[in-house]
Design a protein around this ligand. Structure first.
Ligand SMILES: Nc1nc2c(ncn2[C@@H]2O[C@H](COP(=O)(O)OP(=O)(O)OP(=O)(O)O)[C@@H](O)[C@H]2O)c(=O)[nH]1
Ligand SMILES: Nc1nc2c(ncn2[C@@H]2O[C@H](COP(=O)(O)OP(=O)(O)OP(=O)(O)O)[C@@H](O)[C@H]2O)c(=O)[nH]1
Ligand SMILES: [Mg+2]
Ligand SMILES: [Mg+2]
Lengths: 292, 278
């Protein structure tokens, strides 16, 4: 775990007392390796280490008796800053109905998360509608329908609907008729290099008013995560992220990278396959997870 | 550029950055750059750095057994078992392999041992229809080990030649799910001899260093014989493969390059390395 690795790094320094600049650099080199091994993006690590170094070569650290601990505390601090202060909520406005659209790469957990969000909102007094726009993946609609049934949620499908835009428009009318206040839209997975599929999403977000467009990202994603985020930003400008499979012990370095590069808030984290395993994102909890 | 006398520090950093961004991993990236630096100091020859890197990375991957069932008897039943964490592409890959083997004249049966996830059996059933092969389904909530047991006996009775087992996605840190997979493998080994079993771990090319711990945990319980790397069409380099091959000696047998039934190709080390280096 990261905290252990960080602890080992400054254990080496315990006996040293004051640090020279070279020794600070040696510690930072180790910290850098640890972050890279947690899949934090190369450029993000570079900036982060530079900022830490700036603070670490100050008199205050170099003259401290526990310089190693101070450096780690500074690293902690900079990581927390990146992840953001408090938990951010969903923008379920007074618009009736409010729309939350889930987008992302294949297999990232969109359909499952759609089901989880439905249950989450129902528990908080909302009347959600789960909508599938995935006409590509075998049994995708059936998967969402089963999840809806499992949590006694309303489900909408437009069998003849070919594009997400058509389905969302019909879903809006359906939600209004039924007095449902939040529409959760599941979309088909798509790669950040599949231009026509990105265009399909772009059409949806530019032609419909959507309160939230959330990028659902697998916590095990490696260095490609930043490229994925930038492409989705150009195309659909997400309002936030949901990080899934955090339970697979992935250290969420991808999250740190994407938040650092995009400034997007992480709204929720998926911590398992069950419908109840969705948590509101807490920056300090994720920081301690990244740090070990 | 790299054959001149002085190489700037930034250029070494650029090489390291390129390797890290291919998901090769920081320690291996540092190792490779240091080796290259030492070589340059000792040998006065210039040489093209890309060529050196290409050859070096290729050495990790040669002597890899990339064929399916290299030692199996073709007259007896063979089993392919697919495992991996959630969402990597197991079910889709099972369909693709079924199609591939049917085209080769095999009598294939696709087995749905994912009795847990919503619409898992419906999803695999569509693939069986697309691959035009028999589908053996486990009832919802049934024990996967029991499903595999029954499916292999059914395959023997039916005269099938290959059984392809799709298992449920699982977190590689969940002890119960690892135990479940271990049981499925044990059941299979009771019914077929080792050369008749191909136990393949499916890994998503977009995965970072976490892939290494996936292999580590699942290798302990699933007697892995190989790896399938999916979503390589994402243009993610899949550099974690080098660490995996070096540490576990597991060959990559196939690569998924899309969502269609034909989008599965045999692993080609040259093409894989070329995509990273050039
Ligand atoms: N362990 C774990 N598994 C998850 C989590 N969220 C989703 N999954 C699993 O990940 C797999 C993929 O989930 P899906 O919901 O089908 O993913 P998707 O993004 O809709 O996939 P496509 O529609 O094909 O793009 C399923 O096995 C889910 O149960 C999570 O937080 N933790
Ligand atoms: N682009 C691309 N997508 C792929 C590839 N292989 C699978 N997919 C997609 O990835 C998503 C997940 O595939 P599944 O086959 O359901 O994955 P799985 O491992 O069976 O998922 P679980 O059973 O839920 O753990 C689907 O949308 C597939 O179409 C590939 O090689 N390239
Ligand atoms: Mg889906
Ligand atoms: Mg599956």
């Amino acid at each position: 775990a990261l905290a252990e690795k960080f602890a080992n790094i400054f254990k080496k320094l315990r006996s040293k007392g004051k640090l020279s600049e070279q020794e600070v650099d040696a510690v930072l080199k180790d910290l850098r390796m640890v972050l890279l091994e947690s899949d934090v993006h190369y450029k993000v690590v570079k900036d982060l280490v530079a900022r830490v170094r700036e603070r670490a070569v100050g008199k205050e650290v170099l003259e401290s008796v526990t310089p190693g601990e101070m450096i780690i505390k500074i690293m902690w601090d900079e990581i927390r800053k990146i992840l953001g202060g408090e938990a951010r909520d969903l923008h379920i406005s007074s618009a009736l109905p409010s729309f939350v659209v889930l987008v992302g790469l294949q297999g990232s957990g969109k359909t499952t998360t759609c089901g989880k969000l439905g249950a989450f909102l129902k528990e908080r007094g909302f009347f959600p509608l789960l909508v599938s726009t995935d006409t590509r993946r075998p049994a995708a609609k059936e998967q969402l329908r089963i999840l809806a049934q499992g949590s006694k949620l309303e489900f909408f499908d437009l069998p003849q609907g070919k594009t997400p835009l058509e389905v969302v428009r019909a879903a809006r009318n359906f939600a209004r008729e039924k007095g449902l206040d939040v529409v959760l839209v599941d979309t088909a997975g798509r790669l950040h290099v599949e231009e026509d599929l990105l265009q399909e999403l772009k059409e949806l977000v530019t032609q419909e008013t959507l309160q939230e467009v959330l990028l659902v990202l697998d916590a095990t994603t490696g260095q490609e995560a930043v490229k994925v985020a930038e492409t989705f930003r150009e195309c659909v400008n997400p309002t936030g992220m949901i990080l899934t499979k955090v339970d697979t012990d992935a250290r969420g370095g991808a999250v740190l990278s994407i938040v650092a590069q995009t400034g997007w808030p992480v709204k929720f984290v998926g911590v398992g396959e069950k419908v109840t395993q969705l948590e509101v994102f807490r920056p300090d909890r994720m920081a301690s997870r990244i740090m070990g | 550029l790299w054959s001149r006398k002085e190489v700037k520090e930034e250029e070494w950093e650029e090489l390291e950055a390129m390797l890290i961004q291919a998901d090769i991993g920081p320690s291996m990236a540092v190792e490779l750059v240091e080796e290259f630096r030492r070589l340059r100091e000792t040998s006065k020859s210039g040489g093209d750095w890309q060529n050196w890197l290409y050859e070096k990375l290729l050495t990790f991957l040669k002597n890899s057994e990339t064929r399916l069932f290299p030692n199996a008897s073709l007259e007896n039943l063979r089993v392919i078992l697919l495992s991996g964490i959630n969402g990597v592409g197991k079910t889709t890959t099972a369909g693709k392999i079924a199609h591939l083997l049917k085209e080769k004249g095999e009598r294939v049966v696709l087995v749905g041992a994912d009795t847990f996830r919503a619409a898992a059996s419906e999803q695999l059933e569509v693939w069986a229809q697309r691959a035009n092969c028999r589908y053996f389904r486990g009832s919802a909530g049934a024990d996967p080990g029991a499903v595999v047991f029954d499916s292999i006996n059914s395959a023997r009775n039916n005269g099938d030649s290959v059984v392809i087992v799709d298992t449920a996605g699982r977190s590689h840190v969940n002890k119960n799910l690892l135990a479940e997979l271990e049981k499925v493998v044990k059941v299979t080994k009771k019914l077929v001899e080792p050369p008749q079993l191909e136990s393949l771990l499916v890994i998503d090319a977009l995965t970072g260093q976490n892939a290494f711990s996936q292999v580590e945990s699942i290798a302990r319980v699933a007697d892995l014989t190989g790896i399938i790397l999916t979503k390589w069409d994402s243009q993610a380099k899949g550099g974690i493969i080098f660490r995996v091959v070096r540490e576990f000696g597991l060959p990559v047998k196939y690569v998924g390059v899309g969502e269609g039934i034909e989008d599965l190709v045999p692993f080609e080390p040259e093409e894989f390395v070329r995509a990273i280096v050039y």
